[in-house]
Design a protein around this ligand. Sequence first.
Ligand code: KDG
Length: 316
Amino acid sequence: MPEVVTMGETMVAFCPEQSGPLRYVQRFVKRIAGSESNVAIGLARLGHSSAWVSRLGRDELGEYILREVRAEGVDVSHVERDDSAPTGLMIKEIHEGDETRVYYYRKGSAASRMSVDDLDEGFLRSCEFIHLSGITPALSESCREMTQALASMAKANGVRLSLDPNIRFRLWSREEACVTLSGLIPYADVLMPGIEEGRILTGESDPQRIVQTLLAAGAKIVALKLGADGCIVADASQAWHVLPFPVRRVVDPVGAGDAFAAGFLAGLLEGLSLEECGRMANAMGASAVTTSGDYEGLLDRDAFDALLEGREAVQR
Ligand code: KDG
């Protein structure tokens, strides 16, 4: 059985080969994009077993996603196919200074039709962690109900819940996000917000106060991502500011949060201290931003251990 099960939508992403308005772009690179499958892939790179649960259309794009995630060593045996709804799609547009805009074509997608009927309790109770992001409850009413039911199911079965708020304003309002995500925080054994999300969820601006407020709201462990400043990791009895791993050049920051989550969960699975989990998370986040694509830059275990130990990776 997988150690970690993640659940959420993965789309096909068309990424332009040139910058400027899409109307003038001729060529695109086809990739996959989905926060939860990124986390599952990150864990697999680090040698942990993971599964990704979702719905895809019974279409070629769905076939492509399934193939890619499976090829990364993730269990996709619980991905359902939908005969009457398509696989979600997103198209990126690159502007001056590498600013990226995203256009979603995911309303009514197969994944947005996930519901409590997609929760296979027998499968979900056998893992150590269930990882969710705040993207899933923002997809539809049935997805929102499903995430709440999943959080209760995890608690009832003694499975630890990991939650990345991943607030996407394209999908819901600040108010809707706050209400729904605040309802999930008491179920979170691990909560991994970015600093801006921490501000939104708590109304506080100081990082230490954000962490304390989220712990008081019921999260057991908080890992607050501070970008270039590393992270703060804390539980009821300890708090650490963990310094970042230096990055020479940021090529593509998308996916860094998912890599961070994979590193942190891997550390917990390996029984490491919170501080060491934060270090692993920072190192994974740093490796994700060095290449384009959400997860392509993630290191394999040998190279990752070499990075952690400050030595050169062996060239094979
Ligand atoms: O974390 C990165 C993913 O979230 C991204 O690849 C897909 O933006 C995305 C979304 O909203 O699902």
